[in-house]
Design a protein around this ligand. Sequence first.
Ligand code: ADQ
Length: 498
Amino acid sequence: MGRDSFDLVIAANRLPVDKVTAPDGSTSWRRSPGGLVTAMDAVMRDREGAWVGWAGDAGEAPPPFVDTGMALFPVALSAQEIADFYEGFSNDTLWPIYHDVIVPATFHRHWWKAYSRVNERFAEAVCDVAAPGATVWIHDYQLQLVPALVRARRPDVRIGWFNHIPFPPVELFAQLPWRGDILMGLLGADFLGFQRKADAENFVRACRRLMSLGTRGEQVRVPEQDGTTRTVRAAPVPISIDVAGLETLARTPEVRARAVEIRESLGNPKKVLLGVDRLDYTKGIRHRLKAYQELLRADVIRPPDVVFVQVATPSRERVDAYRELRTEVERTVGQINGEFAAIGFSAVEYLHHSYGREEMAALFLAADVMLVTPLRDGMNLVAKEYVTCRFDGDGALVLSEFTGAYHEMRQAYVCNPHDIEGMKRVITTALTDPAPVRRRRMRTLRRNVRANDVQNWAHRFLNALEHAPRRPGDEPPDRPFDQPDGATADNPVGGHDT
Ligand code: ADQ
């Protein structure tokens, strides 16, 4: 590889490529689908960029390589580290705490040790490739210690971190035995980006309550070892999708023809309902199925007039809570079909696979009502993808108010997924509203999504990072910092909320 240091370094748990093995056993890399890679394309076009991440296999890391114009630096994870750092601490400790403890979090000290060790490894890899004064952009909850670890080694670089998932209220975050280490890890950054304003506020409040740090609006003041202080800004920068790319794809004759074909193979029902999620307990799939089952039982809807297609992508299948969820979802789907399907048609089409972008776009185009009903979700890109594919201006989006997307898409058919009666009413309205009402809502949704695409998101994040205050004198001198409210790490709720 030509260069060995870069002005922009991305660090994320996974590299933006997946290994593919051909029938003859030879291997190559295929760019992973997904918005993050597209967003980074846009910002790496005018800079020399590197990406540090895990390549997806246990054991030794492959040597650095270049793929689709990016220099990729693989980080090694052993099988034990995958179990402890990734499946354990990231997905069975942090994920539940950061998603309202929908399932209980599991705490193991050896998971935390693995998390710390792997974060050290990522930080070293970042420092090895960052040019003097480089910009370092770290992603997500798997790498929360990396900002401070990079700063300790490389005070010359600018450090940003973006959280793809929610940041929990202090009362939940306080359960984490390692809460102080995580906050101090994050405070190594100059700028911290979150999906919603409430997430950024939760973070700032945790710093005040748990670490007794002074805060002012979006800023946290961090004392340094040399007696000086540093300012860290935490603010919302909601993520989006590649709107132009996806709409162009949805408009192709192939995708449109495939959408027609999908409806035909479903028996040309009057209404197609669609759910597309990773099979994750945060996504509210069980609640959605319950609402649908009750609507069928009440005879509000009936197959073959209506069919519900649920695409549930396999996910984290080695974590118990995910295995249990799969069993339960599949049992409910079986029950519903047992009760309401007949020879030649089903009530629920359940698809436990991954699909290509074209097939996903065709599914979105074929769906009259899209059900996005998570119990908690950082953003939810599916909501944005659905409205982007509906270039025909039709379709109805049912959207949970507990998604980040809701804050930009309030013209959707909004529901509280915990309220099964309410969700049934909202689904019924989405199915029966007259076309002009549906279309009016869709027009506004499409306009909102277009106004903030993923390229725009990446530029906004980098711009905020570039302009983040670094020293106390850098911020506008409008009012003094709030003093900590008497709480300590041992007494997180010592003071009252401000
Ligand atoms: P996820 O929890 O994975 O992401 P989401 O935002 O919905 O959730 O993104 C899923 C992506 O996978 C979408 O682009 C979707 O089209 C795609 N997908 C889903 N099922 C698929 C299938 N069967 N085949 C192919 N593609 C499929 C995390 C956070 C979210 C946040 C994103 C981005 O949990 O809250 O929106 O990161 O920040």
